[in-house]
Design a protein around this ligand. Structure first.
Ligand code: F6R
Length: 241
């Protein structure tokens, strides 16, 4: 595990964007596992800036997003499909047919999970997986549990996750209670894993996840065992380690 401490969110985003750009420059047809949320927004902004300058080309990449709310159609402004297009895909030359996000509207959970697992397998797995971390230690939407789920599955979201994510919705009741997520096995099989974390609210979970025992009760703790895991955090998020 490599930890990079940055002064603030902007520096965190720039350093992470540098690693992603390097990945794409070295392997233009990289399979990138992507995340949504506040943590990676600055990374996408930076990558768009470098794309506009001609410094990085996304035309050959494949993207595989971590998760999607169950029940939300792509057009919904709160869907992760929408988020990714608004914050990244619509501004760069990634090919639409190479974008993958779980289909939150598929009522057949088993079928959707199998479809998504098959996509990941057919691409040969993920070269670089970008992650954020929830205050309960979730990665993707792998919430604290008794065991690790390996492949794509549908989860009931924890109360703390619903609380944290209500900022994107008009009211808390509108936050979907379930989501599709890539499994821990898939994340662990990614060749490189890059996590960004910022803000004082994440300081406790960062200490617990990366300096405490490895347990599915703190899903992110398994990353301690990943052979190529980099954590980039701002001063506040890393204040307790
Ligand atoms: C999002 C995702 C989640 C977030 C986590 C942190 O695709 O998989 O695990 O990374 O909830 O969210 P933010 O960055 O909004 O604090």
């Amino acid at each position: 595990m490599k930890i990079i401490r940055t002064a603030n969110y902007e520096e965190m985003s720039r350093k992470a964007a540098n690693i992603i750009s390097a990945q794409v420059i070295m392997k233009p047809d990289s399979v990138l596992g992507l995340a949504t949320g506040g943590s990676p927004e600055g990374i996408y902004k930076q990558l768009i800036e470098w794309y506009n300058k001609g410094d990085v080309d996304f035309s050959e990449i494949t993207t595989i997003n971590l998760d999607e709310y169950k029940g939300l159609p792509r057009e919904s402004e709160q869907s992760y499909w929408y988020f990714m297009h608004k914050h990244f895909f619509d501004h760069v030359n990634v090919r639409p047919q190479k974008i993958n996000v779980p289909d939150g509207t598929n009522p057949n959970v088993e079928e959707e999970c199998a479809r998504y697992n098959q996509i990941i397998k057919s691409k040969g797995g993920i070269d670089l997986q970008l992650l954020g971390i929830g205050i309960d230690g979730h990665i993707g939407f792998n919430e604290p549990a008794d065991t690790y789920e390996l492949g794509t599955h549908c989860v009931d979201l924890d109360e703390s996750t619903i609380e944290a994510n209500k900022r994107y919705f008009e009211k808390k009741e509108d936050v979907p209670r379930q989501a599709f997520t890539m499994g821990i096995g898939t994340i662990m099989q990614a060749k490189k894993v890059l996590m960004v974390v910022n803000g004082a609210a994440k300081a406790d979970i960062v200490r617990e996840a990366f300096f405490g025992p490895v347990t599915p009760r703190v899903p992110a703790s398994i990353l301690q065992m990943h052979p190529d895991f980099t954590l980039i955090g701002d001063a506040e998020a890393l204040s307790k380690i």
